[in-house]
Design a protein around this ligand. Sequence first.
Ligand code: HEM
Length: 341
Amino acid sequence: MTPSTQWKENIEPGEVARLEKYGEAIHALQIKRDSQGSVKRRALHAKGHMGLKAEFTVLPGLPDYAQVGIFAQPATYQAYVRFSNGGSTVDDDRQGGTRAVAVKLLGVGGKKIIPGLENASTQDFLLIGAPALPFKNADEFVSFVTMANPLFDLPKIILKIGLGRTQAILKIVKSPKPPTISLATMRYYSAAAIQFGPYAARYTLKPQAMDTPGAQPGQTPNYLAEDLSARIKQGPLAFDFAVQFFVEEAQTPIEDFSVAWKEEVAPLVTLARLTLPQQDPDSAPGRKLYEFVEKLSFDIWHAPEEFRPLGNVMRARGVAYKASVKERQALPEPDGSEKFE
Ligand code: HEM
């Protein structure tokens, strides 16, 4: 069935100024942290586990409605991939927390959204290990992410978003989560929507590799990188790239990021395969590749116009990523001619 085109963004008055303030608050977090070390890092997702080469293959025979932009015809795009932890500091993997992957496709045609980068040839997908956030919107996200001292900050958060929402968020944030066994066997989600031609969609990466029964998480501070490195030296890893199309606002909201889009409501449509070919991250070229990927800027706004990010959190990210990237002097968009020998 052709997806709905009835999705809508809701931009509240004063949003632009509010999002600028949120960008500044996250920037302040980055500056404060970096003043204590010698390396400039991303404001969030500071710990990069691994930077790898990848291929993104668009499958043949996609439904007509899905044949938008890069999905219009079967093709293989070269890509760079960065796996990260979500925090603003470089923490021990055993502490848990958000795991993420960012994918940058190369050689993508079409006019891009960011002014000044209209002719860039990249398209980025950013995903985390959860189908929804504990937060409904940027007000909630930024209040919690920039919280320095709960005793002092929580009363301010309650005043801003209400006691009920504060309690609901704390409950999710503090609830025990299963440990990550491997970055290669977990599923990743955009947790937010993008335009997809006339439609709107969220996307996900589903791993081909599976945990062996009874597998336990590693016992070292960087076990996630160590596990991924061991696997990718042995052979390729693959993920299916699938989308869910918007159905209606209550069940597949555009502006509320705390709601997961259920697959019974918005079924998955598999469009492509992301393959990480066998490679050696510990070789000299592998280490150069890692350093290069650390300096790249992955941003959902690096996209052709038909894949415009949607909703308040996405608009907030537009401001925050720009500031973070400027502060850490990220590299310009790559074109695939990079060499790591
Ligand atoms: C659906 C919600 C979100 C997802 C899925 C997400 C995902 C990600 C991922 C995967 C990265 C790492 C990119 C890389 O490896 O280079 C990242 C970085 C970052 N995120 Fe988010 N994020 C979300 C929401 C937000 C929000 C609401 C903000 C702030 C308003 C934010 C601020 C940042 C910043 C500042 C960076 C570092 C950017 C850089 O310097 O490259 N994120 N995010």
